[in-house]
Design a protein around this ligand. Structure first.
Ligand SMILES: [Fe+2]
Ligand SMILES: [Fe+2]
Length: 194
């Protein structure tokens, strides 16, 4: 059975993955034929599958996902504004992906995580590596059209919006993870000192 804190964190991942899937799915639907249309479609379905991994993981651990109203992605878009062109779309995507990987890496530092969580985390992180890679390649292929300087400046702008949103929202995630690490480390110390 998950405690309140763990359930919140896993539900937060599930909600974020759903928001990601909806965001990328809408984009994939609106794209012209080509490699970006293809990769964005695969990307969108990966995020949808991730939402299912978390749902199934929570279920296996004997709980039900909490309905969280706001996801990081929703907040982020209102802070950064909707992307104006394909290059901006990819820049935003890269910032999302970096944030997601950062959160999952932080999670993997919790000692003695349940095997169910570890399994979901492992599968997802593998996909996330490809997400980062295809977007990086696609952005590089746009340097001829947009110029490297503009692409770098756009990434910086969205990165700053991310920091802003993070301070107000995803911070709760980080605090809960740290709490969990402390709690579990404390427990481990108790076991050792016995
Ligand atoms: Fe994902
Ligand atoms: Fe992703």
């Amino acid at each position: 059975m998950l405690d309140e804190n763990e359930l919140w964190i896993l539900s937060f991942y599930r909600t974020s993955e759903i928001s990601g899937a909806l965001f990328f799915g809408r984009l994939a639907k609106s794209m012209k034929p080509g490699p970006i249309q293809r990769d964005m479609t695969k990307h969108f379905t990966d995020e949808a599958v991730h939402a299912w991994y978390w749902t199934a993981c929570i279920e296996k651990l004997g709980s039900k996902p909490i309905k969280l109203s706001a996801a990081y992605q929703d907040q982020y878009l209102s802070a950064a504004g909707m992307p104006a062109n394909l290059m901006e779309v990819l820049a935003i995507t890269q910032v999302f992906e970096r944030r997601a990987i950062h959160q999952y890496m932080l999670h993997s530092q919790i000692p003695n995580i349940q095997p169910e969580t570890e399994e979901a985390l492992g599968k997802i992180v593998e996909d996330e590596k490809w997400h980062i890679q295809w977007i990086r390649d696609a952005l590089r292929s746009m340097e001829g059209d947009y110029g490297k300087d503009l692409i770098d400046a756009t990434l910086k702008r969205f990165h700053e919006a991310d920091q802003e949103v993070y301070r107000t929202m995803s911070q709760e995630h980080e605090e809960r993870i740290k709490h969990l690490i402390k709690q579990k480390t404390g427990r481990m110390e108790n076991v050792r000192s016995r």
